[in-house]
Write a protein that binds this ligand. Structure first.
Ligand code: GDP
Ligand code: IMO
Ligand code: MG
Length: 431
């Protein structure tokens, strides 16, 4: 067994939550290391559905430790709300099993306001953010003026930092026609929220490294997807964090060479929420079929997800960037009723053919996919738990994905439920 990072290889919503929940049974600790409550992870356990945005998906299993690392941006009010929601459903969350890093930057109410004001002003040029203040909070982190969880333990420190951050934001707000920040009110609210979460705030880097010394298994839960990565995604239509596997180290304080395995979660087709290029997008009846059969509605914002065929060069690139050791292929059942299935194997731009996904937005927008066609299987795969039960054409489809992405599939997901899964081999094994 070793430590494992789970990341999305496309534009998010690949089914990371389901797979993390499943694999949590084999882990001692589950760590969120980037992003914030822009994530929406849906877990289905029997008759129960859990929708998590901030808490690691392992939290719903008793006796597991859930960690929020320094790479996350944390809205403390949203955190309390999510803890409350789970508590009301009988899931006990105390300081013995939820730990938050001392150096996690906070998302404050004015970050959300700025996010929304900017999107509104951008009009047609908007990013299509989740409106949760993610971008502005990361800006303050790298701008070295963020308030961090550790600051909440000291009222004088909150006061000092609030003055500084307010000075910066009042200038931005004036430019957007928003009133100055009410410093006193926010100070009071931060002192109150700090009181409520202070027992959770601990030196995460130290705790995780101690666990590793004791040979405990740590599962790192990525949010978003590699195509939303701030460096390697379809910039500027990306989120504001590094979403690739390397971020697990930086966002938690566990050295990169302690993390051996990377599971890339890959949907059997492609979806995207928000603006930005998506070469295989389908606006026809097949696109609508995928949206309906796959129930492709955003967990966080309720927006319709754009749908299209599987984009192999895009996923292959993600596998390389993340050092994927195996793939979990999700939502194969959504393709059950299709006569033929297309896979994008390259792109055409003007008269040129490209085999790699280009990163220049102006070029990405102009790509025409080159497709290969595979016969559908016209049989239900819903809930299958054994590889031998998969129809031949489904196996051909999976094999072709393995060839085109140069990666091995270790898990096939055949439904939203925990048990609706075919495990070929354990993704905790690095090879
Ligand atoms: P995440 O953000 O990567 O965790 O993914 P989301 O939870 O936002 O979106 C994935 C959706 O697909 C959720 O509603 C899951 O319950 C559902 N899901 C996950 N795996 C499967 C699967 O294999 N088949 C089907 N039909 N649904 C799935
Ligand atoms: P999970 O973890 C899908 C998208 C937004 C927008 C862009 C920037 O559920 O896979 P942001 O609010 O982060 O500044 O928005 O990123 N986005 C996601 N899309 N799944 C997510 O998370 C996402 N988190 C952010 O739609 O296009
Ligand atoms: Mg999601």
């Amino acid at each position: 067994m070793s430590n494992l990072v789970v990341i999305g290889t496309q534009w998010g919503d690949e089914g990371k939550g389901k797979i993390v929940d499943l694999l949590s049974s084999e882990a001692d600790t589950i760590v969120r290391f980037q992003g914030g409550h822009n994530a929406g992870h849906t877990l289905v356990v029997g008759d129960e559905i859990f929708k998590l945005s901030l808490l690691p998906s392992g939290i719903i299993r008793e006796n597991k430790i859930a960690v929020i690392g320094n790479g996350v941006v944390l809205d403390p009010w949203k955190l309390l709300e999510e803890i409350e929601q789970l508590s009301s459903r009988g899931i006990k969350i105390g300081s013995e099993r939820l730990i938050i890093s001392e150096n996690t930057p906070l998302i404050l109410p004015f970050h959300k306001e700025l996010d929304l004001l900017r999107e509104k002003r951008a009009g047609k040029e908007k990013i299509g953010t989740t409106g949760r203040g993610i971008g502005p909070a990361y800006e303050d982190k790298v701008g070295r003026r963020a308030l961090r969880t550790g600051d909440l333990q000291n009222t004088q420190e909150i006061k000092r930092k609030l003055k500084n951050i307010k000075a910066h934001h009042d200038i931005l707000r004036a430019g957007l026609g928003a009133p100055d920040i009410d410093e006193e009110q926010l100070l009071n609210e931060l002192v109150l929220v700090g009181e409520k979460i202070k027992t959770l705030i601990k030196p995460v880097w130290k705790i995780l490294n101690k666990q590793i010394k004791k040979n405990q298994n740590i599962l790192f839960e990525g949010a978003q997807g590699s195509m939303l990565d701030v460096d390697f995604g379809t910039y500027p239509f990306v989120t504001s964090s590094s979403t690739i596997a390397a971020a697990a180290a930086i966002g938690s304080g566990v050295a990169h060479n302690k993390i051996k395995s990377v599971l890339g979660i890959t949907k059997a087709y492609t979806t995207r929420v928000g603006e930005g290029p998506m070469p295989t997008e389908l606006t026809d009846s097949i696109g609508r079929y995928l949206a309906v059969e796959g129930n492709e509605k955003g967990t966080v914002t309720g927006r319709d997800r754009r749908c299209g065929w599987f984009d192999a060069p895009l996923v292959k690139r993600s596998c390389i960037l993340n050092g994927v050791t195996s793939l979990a292929l999700t939502k194969i059942d959504v393709l059950d009723k299709l006569e033929t299935i297309k896979i994008c194997i390259g792109y055409r731009v003007d008269k040129e053919e490209l085999s790699d996904f280009p990163v220049t937005t102006s070029l990405t927008k102009r790509l025409t996919p080159i497709y290969e066609e595979i016969d559908g299987w016209n049989t239900s795969t819903v809930g299958l738990e054994k590889m031998s039960k998969l129809p031949l054409n489904a196996r051909i489809y999976i094999q072709r994905i393995e060839e085109l992405t140069d990666s091995k599939v270790s898990i096939i997901s055949t439904g939203p439920e925990r048990n609706q899964t075919i495990t070929i081999n354990s993704p905790f094994q690095s090879n």
